[in-house]
Design a protein around this ligand. Structure first.
Ligand code: C5P
Length: 399
């Protein structure tokens, strides 16, 4: 176990999800990690010091002004005694204090008094998480190198639905392991990457639309992988059934025109990856009223949509330094991909043969990676893996 013997200072904040910190503690101890817990006053309303201490097999620190605690291990020493500080659950209040540098209890003082790496797993009501104050705090903390894990999206204890659930203990454990072994390098920190994903939906009339079968899975995987490497990611997405990847800012759109406008609004960006399956055509004049059956079939007049990839690739001060396009092909993949790279003006093309089983809507993909230097065939892998591979290549190009 490469993380055996590593030391984690675990700050447990106040929130209904605090019980998951107990499971996290158990997983860490099982892997041989030494866990020293700090339980905030609010945290102690949700889990008892006895449970936390028993699972951690260590003393639970609680009070900044405790004579015994300070005599045993002062708060400054406490903050230096770890390889990693983990805050789970990280409440809106703890994040705000850490972002501002406030220090009015043991947890916040420890966070301010340390230069040890910090990992936070936020958990709060969806409105608190989406509030511009919390989002700004999150960005500030990230920019300072804090790793943010989650929150997940789903049903919440407060009866609402959305992002704000504490990431599962297993996911936090994985992130802690990565941070402790140094495999959590973030070479894209400070870079902004724009990703398009999913289908577009073009109205015919108020009830009918033209769309395609894009699942958005590959684009979301690219966005998640870029975020994992530290990038600030804006994901401009058509309607999909997928949750927002952790740490990614999603902008929801429907039509190609809206997608282009959202992409323009997201600039400047260091790189753009166009994975969306943008409809090439849209109904020229969508009706305000539902088109009625008239006995005879009516022709539907179409007009061409803007090409977002080609537009972003145009030279100018706003052009991202690296523009990547995707291409779904059914035959002569390399030849078509080469022509597409030149026609669109993008730097790289990731081309796939959509006739292969499991690619369209599935979880795996095999691609041809094409740059000005040449082509590489990447073997069949999960879309997550293709996303990671591409993000790593982008990190090399951008740094
Ligand atoms: O021309 P084609 O649709 O095959 O090109 C695919 C690539 O171009 C993808 O990267 C896709 O996201 C992008 N594209 C676009 N806007 C369009 C059509 C395609 O950004 N209107």
């Amino acid at each position: 176990m490469p993380i055996q013997g590593k030391r984690v200072l675990l700050i447990v904040g106040g929130g209904i999800a605090a019980y998951k910190a107990l499971e996290l503690t158990r997983l860490l101890r099982k892997a041989g990690v030494l866990v020293r817990p700090i339980l905030t006053r609010a945290g102690a309303e949700f889990v008892t010091p006895l449970s936390l201490g028993a699972l951690a097999e260590d003393k639970v620190y609680r009070d900044l002004f405790s004579l015994t605690d300070e005599a045993e291990m002062g708060h400054i020493e406490l903050s230096r005694s770890a390889d990693l500080i983990v805050v789970a659950p990280a409440t809106a209040d703890l994040m705000a204090k850490a972002a501002l540098g406030l220090a009015d209890d043991l947890a916040s003082t420890t966070l301010l008094a340390t230069d040890t790496a910090i990992l936070m797993a936020p958990a709060m009501n969806v409105r608190m998480w989406l509030h511009p104050a919390t989002q700004a705090n999150q960005q500030t903390l990230k920019a300072r190198g804090v790793t943010i894990v989650g929150p997940d999206e789903g049903a919440m204890a407060c009866g609402e639905f959305g992002p704000g659930r504490l990431a599962e203990p297993e996911a936090i454990f994985e992130a802690v392991s990565a941070a402790l072994t140094g495999s959590g390098a973030r070479p894209l920190a400070g870079k902004h990457v724009l990703v398009t994903a999913g289908p577009t939906v073009e109205p015919i009339d108020p009830v009918r639309v033209m769309t395609n079968r894009s699942s958005g899975k590959q684009g979301y995987a690219v966005a998640a992988a870029l975020e994992q490497l530290g990038a600030r990611v804006t994901l401009v997405s058509g309607p999909t059934a997928l949750g927002v990847p952790t740490g990614v800012q999603r902008v929801d759109v429907e039509t190609a025109d809206e997608m282009l406008a959202a992409c323009r609004a997201a600039l400047p960006a260091d790189a753009a990856v166009c994975v969306a399956a943008v409809a090439d055509w849209r109904p020229a004049a969508p009706g305000d009223l539902k088109i009625k059956k008239s006995g005879a079939a009516q022709p539907l007049e179409l007009t061409e949509n803007p090409d977002i990839l080609a537009t972003l690739s145009q030279h100018g001060p706003q052009r991202p330094g690296l523009v990547v396009g995707f291409a779904a092909e059914t035959n002569d993949v390399e030849e078509h991909a080469r022509a597409k790279r030149l026609r669109k003006g993008c730097d790289w093309i990731v081309a796939n043969d959509v006739t292969q089983a499991g690619v369209m809507g599935g979880d795996s993909n095999s691609v041809l990676f094409l740059t000005a230097e040449g082509a590489e065939a990447w073997p069949m892998a999960s879309k997550a893996e293709i996303g990671r591979h591409l993000a790593e290549r982008m990190a090399i190009a951008l740094t």
